[in-house]
Design a protein. Structure first.
Length: 677
């Protein structure tokens, strides 16, 4: 049945691994009548985890879309992975919804993933809600969990319902005042919610003070509640047991009556030419949509899941993709329920659906129907930097093209995966967020595309820089009969703050280097930058100023100034206290508290700086900064030290100079290449 924009709710379920997001996803589909029987992870029958690797591993790897259709509401649900290795899919889903629902385990409470996802949702200006799941399981302490949540995220966290009878059912404390829950009297929490909601809006506050609670209309309360969500003044907490269904129907009712529709949430963050662009949830406006996930289906072909922000998209409508001048025809328009697709004739503003068999689709593509939106785009997502790398090559000769095509398709589906062709070694390197992330890529190459590969660790992404200012000079003069080559360059180098990159400055006066040769000078400098000066790694964080030179009216040529500039630059760097930099990563290790000593001792041996620890539910989280080069084989080491119960994640932090012994070793390894030159 058709739904209006005001009847749509878009919600992403996110949370720490093991919080029960997929089970809750199934329970909501079942309670809403989409499923006759809820699937289970153990049997591999869930709607969301339909990929063979997800069934095999027992956890989500990609986001999944399905909807609950009630007479007056369409609830679009996105189930997202909990493991940080697959954050790309989670962050992509969070970017296209109005509400992020963070799922928390009632026994484990606030975990590392809870904090990260709450912050990410806040950064995207999303309305946030928390669902405390597993309220009836052994060890669940709902009162302690609610207290911990409020201590961690603030007093604006207030429950809309409360567990009762040891989690067997829940009591509404938003609309009712009677009863005693496992967390205290319902009336107490009802009053706190009411006070929090009415103080956001002066008109509602005046009516409340004049007439009391009974004088407030439902529309006034809804408007104030929606404003609270939008401004982060209230973060509702709901209690459920996805396994038994306790609180699930109530959660559906809350989504229907209190969560924002696409016109009520904070407006989408669209930019055009780096300026905020207004996009509104108006079905009558021109179409604007973005693609947030690509699926390469072996039967259907390329599928693009998209969020329609504006307009009404109809089958056979011509659309422009990004800056393309030639429109494409929307021939295959679908609704998506997990792995199943059902054709539809139209999609209204605010809805989420899919397009198929359009080669032009890619992650982040903007679909529009009017020329002039060449630079329109949704505000980019700050994906974590992939720091784990593997050099791969086909196990059989003649499979190079097949491997390249398979990697391209996998990378289309995963915005946090990077494929690189290493210039020096000509090897293919895949970069991911962890060893688990890369193992999943290798398994997909084998199972989905029948490509077997050999792997080896790639070179660490060292860099070079300088520690002092210096000057360099080179005169290139070559006479081989006939016209010769002549070019002379004087330049100086100076260090810049870490992370500044490279600056090239032309201070030549009097035409000693004619202007037509200055691009050649810069080209020579950049060649040396890429090739490295002391250990063969690219240089960064320095300024090169060319201030003088000589030319010859006949013999000066571009190649002469390229060579002169490159050698003048190397001359200057050799005098400027050259340094080799190594990448440092921020490491977070999660393991049982009993193994804390072994883990910190092992990290100290890897030149790590321990920045602190957090303890929660019998586990410890160790925060450290470690050189990436020291983490080769760390996954196996941690597994051995913790009997398989430890896990970790990392993000790029910054570059720092390597110890002198390491620099000497890297320079010595590079020396044979210099001798060959």
């Amino acid at each position: 049945m058709p739904y209006s924009t005001r009847q749509i709710r878009n919600v992403a379920l996110a949370g720490h691994p093991g919080a029960g997001k997929t089970t809750l996803f199934e329970a909501l589909l079942h309670a809403g009548g989409t499923l006759q029987t809820a699937g289970t992870i153990e049997r591999g029958t869930t709607v969301s985890d339909h990929d063979p690797l997800e069934k095999q591993r027992g956890h989500s790897i990609d986001s999944a879309l399905a909807s609950v259709d009630l007479p007056d509401m369409r609830l679009n649900l996105l189930d997202t992975p909990g493991y940080p290795e697959f954050r790309g899919a989670t962050l992509s889903a969070l970017a296209v919804v109005e509400t992020a629902v963070i799922v928390v385990d009632a026994a484990r409470g606030v975990e590392l993933g809870t904090r990260r996802l709450m912050q990410r949702a806040h950064d995207r200006q999303l309305c946030r809600a928390i669902v405390v799941n597993k309220i009836d399981q052994e060890g669940a302490d709902c009162a302690a969990t609610l207290q911990a949540l409020r201590e961690e995220f603030g007093p604006q966290l207030l429950p809309l319902n409360l567990p009762a009878d040891n989690g067997r059912h829940v009591l509404d404390c938003f609309s009712h005042t009677g009863g005693d829950s496992d967390v205290g009297p319902v009336a107490q929490w009802h009053q706190r919610i009411l006070d929090q909601v009415v103080e956001i809006n002066e008109t509602v506050m005046e009516h409340y003070l004049d007439l009391g609670e009974g004088g407030l209309s439902g529309e006034e309360l809804h408007s104030a509640f929606e404003q609270c969500l939008r401004e982060g003044h209230l973060v509702p907490v709901c209690f459920v047991s996805a396994r038994t269904g306790a609180g699930v129907a109530e959660l559906l009712k809350i989504a229907q009556t209190l969560l924002p529709d696409p016109g009520e949430g904070n407006p989408p963050l669209f930019l055009e030419h780096d300026t905020a662009a207004p996009v509104r949830a108006d079905p009558q406006a021109p179409v604007i949509a973005t693609v947030f996930r690509i699926i390469n289906d072996p039967f259907v072909g390329k599928i693009g899941l998209f969020r329609l922000y504006q307009g009404t998209l109809r089958r056979d409508m011509p659309l422009l993709v990004d800056a393309a001048r030639k429109p494409v025809k929307v021939a295959h328009l679908f609704r998506v329920q997990g792995k199943d697709h059902a054709p539809v004739d139209s999609v209204v503003a605010g809805d989420i659906a899919a397009l198929a068999k359009l080669d032009e689709l890619h992650y982040g593509a903007v679909l529009h129907e009017q020329p002039g939106h060449d630079d329109l785009r949704l505000q980019p997502i700050a994906f974590p930097r992939p720091m784990f790398g593997l050099a791969i090559a086909p196990a059989s000769r003649g499979q190079e093209q097949k491997l390249a095509l398979a990697l391209e398709r996998i990378a289309q589906e995963d915005p946090a995966l990077q494929i690189e062709q290493a210039g020096e070694t000509h090897e293919t390197v895949i970069h991911g967020l962890s060893d688990l992330h890369l193992r999943v890529v290798l398994e997909r190459l084998s199972s989905r595309y029948s490509v077997e590969v050999n792997t080896r660790p790639p070179r660490i992404a060292y860099r070079e820089t300088i520690g002092a200012a210096a000057e360099g000079h080179h005169r290139h003069k070559k006479q081989t009969g006939g016209a010769g080559q002549f070019g002379e360059v004087f330049l100086r180098v100076a260090p810049l703050p870490r992370g500044s990159g490279f600056e090239f400055v032309d201070e030549v006066k009097g035409g000693t280097i004619p202007g037509q040769f200055m691009p050649a000078v810069e080209k020579g400098v950049r060649q040396a930058l890429e090739a490295g000066a002391v250990a063969g790694f690219p240089l960064q964080d320095l300024r090169v100023t060319v201030y003088d030179g000589r030319h010859h009216a006949v013999d000066s040529k571009e190649i002469a100034f390229v060579t002169a500039a490159r050698k003048a630059f190397l001359d200057a760097v050799a005098k400027a206290a050259p340094q080799v930099l190594e990448p440092l990563v921020t490491l977070e290790v999660i393991a049982p508290e009993a193994h804390a000593g072994d883990i910190t001792g092992g990290l100290s041996a890897k030149r790590a700086r321990i920045n602190g620890t957090d303890a929660s539910a019998g586990e410890i989280v160790i925060h450290a900064q470690v050189p990436l080069s020291e983490l080769d084989g760390y996954a196996a080491e941690l597994k051995s030290a913790t009997a398989g119960r430890g896990r970790y994640s990392l993000d790029f932090s910054h570059y720092e100079p390597v110890p002198a012994t390491v620099q000497h070793r890297l320079m010595a390894a590079h020396q044979p290449h210099l001798d060959e030159d």
